[in-house]
Design a protein around this ligand. Structure first.
Ligand code: GLA
Length: 426
């Protein structure tokens, strides 16, 4: 008896898996049919790190201006971000002038964006990147700039004319839930009518939850990703709250995600000030397990080599971007430890083990392999690689064996399990 890796599977096994995939595609809710975000969007978004800094006089390097985005675009290319998949450079709130122009079109603030958005988009495209922009379904953006209510078609066309590739559509200052829901739907159709490929990033469920449970089947038909929960901030509390919310609602949200439509737990804050190294590892590992859009909000001009290596870790990005497109979930929570798992293509699995304890030192945890992936993740055996916090080939494990690991307080250990088949000797 000999073990071999999965890519040499016999034809009938491949055919069977292909049919299972086709069946899954038919059974899951239909995604927004714009051909975009087949894997979670990757890029950079200014909000968490740069907020609504309008003071270019005193803080020229951190105010919301075309200079900031041009610098980030350059670095995304020169520092390898684009090569590993970070493609969308996204503007958040506070790019606009306080008033629409004489033809009612949104306009960029002329002092901070003297070249306008079209020129910025050309620049970003010349670097091989894509440009994202921000607007709001209601009467004003959250920071008080002009909202799109009453102007959805005009704004969609303006963004398309400028060459915008992604729209983050916020939900502040909306008069009613009806306006909110209809507005999100209308904008999706308006973007589509422009004929330009524009990723549509929504916050629709976040604004609905206080009133009623969102209809995710609907949301998935209109949006490429959608925020469910509070804004991320640069703190461990915030990351924990997002993970707690996600695991407590996983029955409702996990199965809705798939190619073309993703739950968005908000930006990666790795490389900033608030998270320890282990906490940054936790964010990266869990955002990969959750099939989350990877939108960094940090300063690429000043980022530690360690944070950069974590954000550019190809093995972890491969889990996030896995083509099967199934979101992972929390499998078990016991004794201050959480085990999360995510099915991947080619019968592989990702497994993350979190140590929730905020006291003491590294804690041991033993995973019974048979308990993973509904009992089939490693049947009859698998090759296990630890990817985070450091990469280690752990070798072959049998279905009946167990895996012992050590996890730092607030940290996470991320594994990849590759299925192995048994080859019968004649
Ligand atoms: C809301 C959104 C944030 C950000 C701000 C901008 O709070 O949830 O992600 O876009 O508005 O004002």
């Amino acid at each position: 008896m000999k073990l071999r890796s999965r890519d040499q599977r016999p034809g009938w096994v491949l055919m069977f898996h292909f049919l299972v995939l086709v069946l899954c595609e038919i059974l899951v809710a239909r995604a927004l049919d714009n051909g975009l975000a087949r894997t979670p969007t990757m890029g950079w978004l200014h909000w968490e790190r740069f907020l609504c800094n309008l003071n270019c006089k005193e803080e020229p390097d951190s105010c919301i201006s075309e200079q900031l985005f041009m610098q980030m675009a350059e670095l995304m290319v020169s520092d390898g971000w684009k090569d590993v998949g970070y493609e969308y450079l996204c503007i958040d709130d506070c790019w606009m002038a306080p008033q629409r122009d004489s033809e009612n079109r949104l306009q960029a603030d002329p002092q901070r964006f003297p070249g306008g958005i079209r020129r910025l988009a050309n620049y970003v495209h010349s670097k091989g990147l894509k440009l994202g922009i921000y607007a709001d379904v209601g009467n004003k953006t959250c920071a008080g700039f002009p909202g799109s209510f009453g102007h959805y078609d005009l704004d969609a066309q303006t963004f398309a004319d400028w060459g915008v590739d992604l729209l983050k559509f916020d939900g502040c200052y909306c008069d009613s839930i009806n306006h909110l829901e209809n507005g999100y739907k209308y904008m999706s159709l308006a973007l589509n009518r422009t004929g330009r490929s524009i990723v549509y990033s929504c916050e629709w469920p976040l604004y609905l939850w206080p009133f009623h449970k969102p209809n995710y089947t609907d949301i998935r038909q209109y949006c490429n990703h959608w925020r469910n929960f509070d804004d991320v901030s640069d703190s461990w509390q915030s990351i924990n709250d997002i993970l707690d919310w996600t695991s407590s609602r996983q029955e409702e949200i996990v199965d809705v995600a798939g190619p073309g439509g993703w739950n968005d737990p908000d930006m990666l804050v790795i490389g900033n000030f608030g998270l320890s190294w282990d906490q940054q590892v936790t964010q990266m590992a869990l955002w990969a397990i959750m099939a989350a859009p990877l939108l960094m909000s940090n300063d690429l001009r000043q980022i530690s080599p360690q944070a950069k290596a974590l954000l550019q870790n190809k093995d972890v990005i491969a889990i996030n971007q896995d083509p099967l497109g199934k979101q992972g979930y929390c499998l078990r929570k016991e004794d201050n430890t959480e085990v999360w798992e995510r099915p991947l293509s080619n019968l592989a699995w990702a497994v993350a083990v979190r140590n929730l304890q905020e006291i003491g030192g590294p804690r041991s945890y033993t995973i019974t392999i048979v308990s993973l992936g509904h009992g089939v993740a490693c049947n009859p055996g698998c090759f296990i690689t630890q990817l985070l916090p450091v990469k280690k080939e752990l070798g072959f494990y049998e279905w009946t064996s167990s895996l012992k690991t050590q996890i730092n307080p607030t940290g996470t250990v991320l594994f990849r399990l590759e299925a192995a088949t048994i080859v019968q000797k004649n």
